[in-house]
Ligand binder design. Structure first.
Ligand code: FEO
Length: 388
């Protein structure tokens, strides 16, 4: 795909990775992704904002075939999906200067050999004059790494946000007009990449409020020509109280734990509580992460394996502990043969979260009617807690 015009003199460039299935060897990409770069032509200078995953640098070089000079390469973030093609671009444009933050430069130098006299450090509030067009740099740590900055093209009201507001979505659409599809992809992306940094993001969102941002250009997924759409979604994910919703990661070895999950799902649904079970031997962890964004309660459902939870449930707990959702309540249900410490072990994993533990329901062997009553009591407690 060739470069595309966002407005006169401002272009989307980049590579659409239709086939990639996994990011960071962790994040599933059911809809692929894109690595967006942007080109701004000012009256006197031209700036390239970020690059692409190095495997796809040929696509970027093709898009730059008729761009004789790039004066500045802005590096918002050091992760290789955006910075990895920097050496190739600097070779193509030997007079281009790298503009980045003081925190980003050493990270880049850890990956490539960068001549120091080609690099200009900018700090929050600094500007770069391109000739009738002014880029303002804003430090926005932790979207996604501590060095991240964004830049604002003042005259055109365009905010270039790198990972912030991104979505892992391979699409031929330049703009995010298929809102339902983009919302889902952006929520998954937020859950897996941004949610651990919620408190930082809340401050960054506040900072954007007084600005007259008319276009948001992230480094993954489509461009937002309706910024309130994604900014309001972020405010909701970051700040709104969790919903009347339960997420149940589960594994069952001999159907007993599954039977308990089915019972609990029915009891919760009967009380008007939304519930999403995820079978952890096959589930897409991106869907699980997205569900955690606004779940008030998580119930881990596990058989006892060698005295502890099934390893896939321990993984679910470990992942949840990393992602730090707004979840308030935790419970554990499951079937065991003779004994174990599943509750202690799972609680011991979830140390980053302040969770209130609701009475677990652990059953020996196949659940009986009395166990259904215990699950109904747990559902009642959850419904009550959610109503507070
Ligand atoms: Fe898309 Fe943190 O890199």
């Amino acid at each position: 795909m060739d470069k595309r015009e966002i407005c006169s003199g401002v272009y989307w460039l980049g590579a659409i990775d239709w086939e990639r299935q996994l990011f960071d060897a962790l994040v599933p990409l059911p809809e692929g992704t894109s690595y967006n770069a942007y080109l701004i032509k000012g009256g006197s200078k031209t700036a390239l904002l970020d690059t692409v995953e190095p495997d796809m640098v040929d696509t970027l070089l093709h898009q730059l075939r008729d761009v004789p000079a790039v004066d500045y390469v802005i590096v918002h973030h050091a992760e290789q999906d955006h910075s990895g093609s920097l050496p190739t671009i600097l070779e193509k444009y030997p007079h281009a200067q790298v503009i980045t933050s003081a925190k980003c430069l050493p990270l880049l130098q850890d990956m490539f050999s960068l001549e120091k006299d080609r690099c200009l450090i900018v700090k929050d509030g600094d500007t770069l004059d391109l000739g009738g067009r002014t880029l303002e740099f804003m430090a926005m740590p932790w979207v996604h790494w501590p060095e991240t900055m964004v830049s604002y093209l003042r005259e055109d009201h365009i905010l270039f946000t790198c990972d912030f507001f991104g979505s892992h979505l391979a699409t031929s659409d330049l703009f995010a007009h298929d809102k339902a599809r983009v919302y889902d992809a952006a929520k998954r992306y937020y859950a897996q990449i941004m949610m651990p940094f919620r408190t930082h993001i809340a401050k960054h969102l506040e900072r954007l409020v007084p600005m007259d941002v008319r276009v948001i250009c992230p480094s993954h997924g489509p461009v937002f020509d309706d910024p309130p759409f994604i900014m309001e979604a972020y405010r909701d994910w970051v700040n709104a109280p969790p919903q009347n919703k339960v997420v149940i990661p589960y594994v069952s070895m001999h159907h007993s734990t599954k039977l308990m999950v089915d019972m609990l799902v029915g009891e919760l649904a009967a009380r008007g509580v939304s519930v999403q079970p995820f079978e952890m031997t096959v589930t897409d962890i991106g869907r699980l992460a997205a569900a955690l964004v606004d779940a008030s309660t998580v119930v881990m459902a596990t058989p006892t394996v060698l005295n502890g939870p099934h390893p896939n449930i321990a993984y679910a707990a470990f992942l949840m502990n990393l992602l730090k959702p707004k979840t308030k309540y935790l419970s554990v249900i499951g079937s065991l043969g003779w004994g174990g410490k599943v509750v202690e072990q799972l609680s011991g994993i979830l140390t980053n979260l302040k969770l209130e533990l609701l009475d677990p329901v652990l059953v020996k062997g196949v659940p009986a009617e009395k166990d259904r009553a215990a699950l109904a009591a747990l559902a009642q407690t959850i419904a009550h807690k959610h109503s507070l």
